[in-house]
Ligand binder design. Structure first.
Ligand SMILES: O=C(O)CNC(=O)[C@H](CS)NC(=O)CCC(=O)C(=O)O
Length: 276
């Protein structure tokens, strides 16, 4: 199965972002990709007010485009994440949507770990506008390959990836808008660690370059294999990278180095009364 990670420099202009995404998803599919992943907040990226204005329900323009395009191209499309207007809620959600080759929504995952962090002199308070999801989500690609879903800052929480692997995920998607500073120093190391420790493929498209209100994303969109090898890395521009995911090779790795099977959950139990 050929996977593609689409790297974008999304802005507050949804029409512009959809047009670039449309061009790049079609190009990746014509290169043979049948599993295509967009980055975080691919449809609108900007100030808190612009994010709020660009929020959409799952039947809005962004996911409608994703469904039409996935069906037309016959691909599994993880439409990165969008800022989802959740009907009846004050705050929005940061929602990753898996659309199958028939154009139907197979799964939605609302980012569990929100980015309330100071990095590179910038204070991010994602939770001001968005509320976290409360559950982890797996899905299935065409052919039955189990997919685990995560978004951006989730990368720093290895337990999420471990639980996805224990629930059967063989590939994890991580649409991201990682900061320039943390892309430089943490991104590749954490992606490879999550891939190695869970013997999973990781498909991680990132945003690249400046976007309102003067933030910088770091690019280096990557596809990593279950041995931790980087199969593809994007150069510093909008575009896409592809890699062939060899699931038989993953089976071999999991059989020869059975770390997942060698877990000792009984020894990990928390003492009575201790917080997990
Ligand atoms: O940058 C923006 O304006 C948009 N960013 C996002 O939408 C999200 C939430 S603010 N970014 C991250 O989660 C970065 C994580 C990260 O960079 C890390 O964990 O190091």
């Amino acid at each position: 199965m050929r996977a593609a990670a689409i790297q974008l420099n999304s802005t507050e202009d949804r029409d512009r972002n959809l047009a670039v995404a449309d061009r790049l998803v079609r190009a990746a599919a014509s290169d043979g990709a049948t599993f295509v992943v967009l980055p975080e907040k691919w449809s609108v990226l900007g100030t808190p007010a612009q994010l709020a204005a660009g929020a959409e329900p799952l039947d809005g323009a962004a996911i409608s485009w994703a469904r039409t395009t996935a069906r037309e191209l016959g691909i599994d499309l993880v439409a990165g994440s969008i800022v989802e207007h959740v009907v009846g809620h004050d705050k929005r959600a940061n929602t990753s949507v898996h659309v199958g080759p028939d154009g139907e929504i197979r799964a939605t995952y609302r980012k569990v770990h929100l980015f309330d962090v100071e990095v590179g002199g910038t204070v991010y308070r994602e939770s001001d506008g968005e509320e976290p999801g409360g559950e982890l989500v797996t899905s299935a690609l065409a052919g039955g390959v189990e997919l685990g879903m995560a978004v951006c800052y989730d990368l720093r929480f290895p337990e999420l990836f471990r639980i996805l692997a224990l629930r059967g995920a063989r590939v994890v998607t991580l649409p991201s808008a990682f900061t320039l500073a943390t892309t430089r120093d943490h991104w590749e190391i954490l992606l490879r660690a999550r891939a190695i420790e869970n013997q999973s493929f990781v498909v991680a498209p990132n945003q690249i370059g400046p976007h309102p209100p003067g933030n910088q994303s770091g690019g280096r969109s990557m596809i990593v294999d279950p041995w931790g090898l980087v199969l593809a890395t994007a150069p510093d521009e909008e575009g896409y990278v592809t890699a062939d995911l060899d699931f038989a090779h993953q089976e071999e790795i999991r059989a020869r180095l059975p770390a997942l099977a060698n877990r000792r959950p009984a020894a990990y139990a928390w003492p009575e009364g201790a917080a997990a």
